[in-house]
Design a protein. Sequence first.
Length: 259
Amino acid sequence: MNELRLRIYEQIINDSPSGRISLFNQICGVTIFISIFFAVVITENSIDYKFGDQIDFLDWIIGGLFCLEYFCRLWVAPLEKKYGKGLKGVLRYIVSPMAIIDVIAIVPSFIGVRAELKILRIIRLLRILKIGRSEKFKESIYHFNYALRLKSQELQISIFYTVLLLLISSTLMYLAESSIQPELLGSIPRCLWWSITTVSAVGYGDSIPVTAVGKTIASITSLLGIAAIAIPTGILASGFSESIGVQDKNQNVSNKNDI
């Protein structure tokens, strides 16, 4: 029994030298995403009408799996130093934030509520973040943070360019279209919304210029908006590349020293 408890503990803490996510945590992650998927799709009335009973049945099964996971974590909690041994460790785990999140996610499956409360299980995605403590995940986060620190000045310039583009384009659009479309483009803040959707290439179409000057401004804004997206993307890519290069260089130096 103690050997089984220790194996479950090793699976839960995911303490693998290779950084590979354990089978237990992989199953937990998949179950979390499936439960969220069902909680989302059942908000569609047509799906709820046709498959509501089947989804409720699957939800009971998923809730049972969540309960099993919870009790496994509860059983091995005293083996983790931060909780302590014996009953004290169990009680400390019960009042821990992650355990409370688990209970909140489990309860909707067994109290007969619909999707509105079942959506609460989205907060179990925090468990996914905890699972992602593998070495590869940590390495990716390190490269991302390194790129942000290394290219912080370039990113600031890129942000300044984007803000300047938004302000200038919205001001010019206000001057060109405010008298023609006062309800849609009758103020700079309204034009700023148009400018954001144009620069980001979303283009909702809820406010569009109708004059020749306005269309010209919109065309130029769209073209300059490409740079607003491409520049920070290129900066971050360069930062990632430099971070990986530094890591490879350090590894080569370390290997030479070992020889």
